[in-house]
Design a protein. Sequence first.
Length: 371
Amino acid sequence: MIEQIHAKIESLMPDILKSIQRMVAIESVESEPLPDAPYGIGPKRALDEALAISAELGFTTKNIDNKIGYAQYGDGDGDYIGIFGHVDVVPLGKGWIHNPLGGEIDGERIYGRGVLDNKGPIITNLYALYAMKELGIKFKLPVRIVFGTNEETGFKCVQHYLTKEKPPVFGWTPDCKWPVVYGERGRGLIRIVNKGNRANFYQYLNDFILSSPNNGVKLGINVKDDDFGELIMRGYTMGIDDNGYDYFQMALSYPAVKGIVELGDIIASTMPEGIVYQLIHNWDPVLNDKHSKYIEPLTQSYAEVMGERLEPVTTTGGTYAKIIPNIIAYGPSFPGENGIAHLPDEWMNLEDIAMNAKIYGSALFHLAEIL
């Protein structure tokens, strides 16, 4: 059956590419909200187009308040498998050789904003599910392909989704890298504010941060664990806040061994009078059991297609898995393909799209076997 799934996906490649081009043609950058377009007209148009493609393929579709929507294979509104991607994009930017809205195929690559992040991968998942449907493969639970429209600017779409729909039993987001990503580091944005003597403020920064390795050892926050490794301090910036106080800001990429509140308490304990710790924003770590009955079939599916077994990994990035319970990041970038998504001439190899579709098809088939 795996060979039949892969052969079906190969036959669908022209349709996959045409559908990706349909999506890439829409400049779905967040803009001024409208009554029927809460994140702007571009993301709304992209959601409509994704649902239109889904309906053409024979899936049941649902638009949830023009913020997010899904295609579903199988009946029922209870437990389900959920695959979450997004159809909004970052601004086009400058420096393109190919038309950023063209979906141009040049040689062995397709170019355009969203080809990789994330229109191409979520459409590829849609067609992997379509291949299953066409081959008559049944699931005990419905499968949803979910199209978010606010991933790049806040994750509000999936937060809204959870007010209307229950979380999936299991699923993934094709918005990271291969192989299976079973955990995501915590991401805390902290600010150190000077409300006292400026000389003391700069002396503190120099002694505890700027002269320290980026593991935070001088602050006493050099925590680590087996899943994520050691904490990383990065993204240093300085400025003046709305109250006129000098501040130093940095991001903490931290493992699951300590939470942001405990880390903040440790940092605050090093501060002399007149210097204040503030937590600006935080995403808690996400950590799944890499040996679970759901993750092992996904690891096997990658090996089936690529001929190489790669064990599950963690990431410093952040995906919809930060918000949606029970999902993990799964693809689409292969090792060595980093830093492409937000650049001019964003691209994917045509062969990579085919390999992605086959891996997702295999994974869906193996989930059908255990659910």
